[in-house]
Design a protein around this ligand. Structure first.
Ligand code: G3P
Length: 219
């Protein structure tokens, strides 16, 4: 199975507004050239426009139903904006366990791919029991450091893969934090991950296209 690469645009200015569209085009081009699934995860304000250019996941959704919820992120709105999936419980946007469960269910109902983020093996195990499409393990202390989880903390990936296999082998495992080059990606895949979730290594690179092309060059 080909790996999936999710580029989280976070709230970096280099991936906001017009620059989000440029990065989305980069994702589309490199995905096309490499044959890999490269998914953009832009801010909600950019989601609709980004989704016209490439495959896009939302960064967050709230487990709410249509009605009076000012300022929240309605799953149906994400779907209608063109998202094909969503991150849930990113370490920069934590939810309660009950909310994560509700989000996974709502994503399934709306046919949105669900990616539940976790921070260690124990939370990965708990998240797998909720049956999302993916669990993405990201040790928060490595996020944004450029120190790749797949090299600095390989056990958290192999341990997560093992834990998820025992709980529900249909759930796929991603990893993230500090991933920025081809060797980091290859190491993650060799440890059993189905792909990676990454941000600063691509978004903050002087040449985003070159960085993304280099990332996938050894897969
Ligand atoms: O969602 C991706 C993430 O939190 C990792 O960030 O900058 O370490 O690739 P980064």
């Amino acid at each position: 199975m080909k790996p999936i690469i999710i580029v989280n645009f976070k709230t970096y200015l280099e991936a906001t507004g017009e620059r989000a569209l440029k990065l989305a085009e980069v994702c589309a081009r490199v995905s096309e050239e490499s044959g890999l699934s490269i998914v953009a995860a832009p801010q909600s304000a950019d989601l609709h426009r980004v989704a016209q250019l490439t495959r896009a996941y939302a960064q967050h959704m709230d487990p709410i139903t249509p009605g009076s919820h000012t300022g929240w992120m309605l799953p149906h709105a994400l779907k209608q904006a063109g998202a094909t999936g969503t991150l849930i419980n990113h370490s920069e946007r934590r939810l309660t366990l009950a909310d994560i469960d509700a989000c996974v269910h709502m994503a399934r109902e709306l046919e949105l791919t669900s990616v539940v983020c976790t921070n260690n093996i124990a939370t990965t195990r708990a998240a797998a029991a909720l049956e999302p499409d993916y669990v993405a393990v990201e040790p928060p202390e490595l996020i944004g450091t450029g120190i790749a989880v797949s090299r600095a903390d390989p056990e958290v990936i192999s341990g997560s893969v093992d834990a998820v296999r025992r709980v529900n082998p249909k759930v796929r495992v991603l990893c993230g934090a500090g991933i920025s080059n081809a060797d980091d990606l290859v190491a993650a895949i060799e440890l059993g991950a189905h792909g990676v979730l990454l941000a600063s290594g691509i978004v903050k690179a002087p040449d985003q296209e070159e960085a993304l092309r280099a990332l996938v060059s050894k897969v």
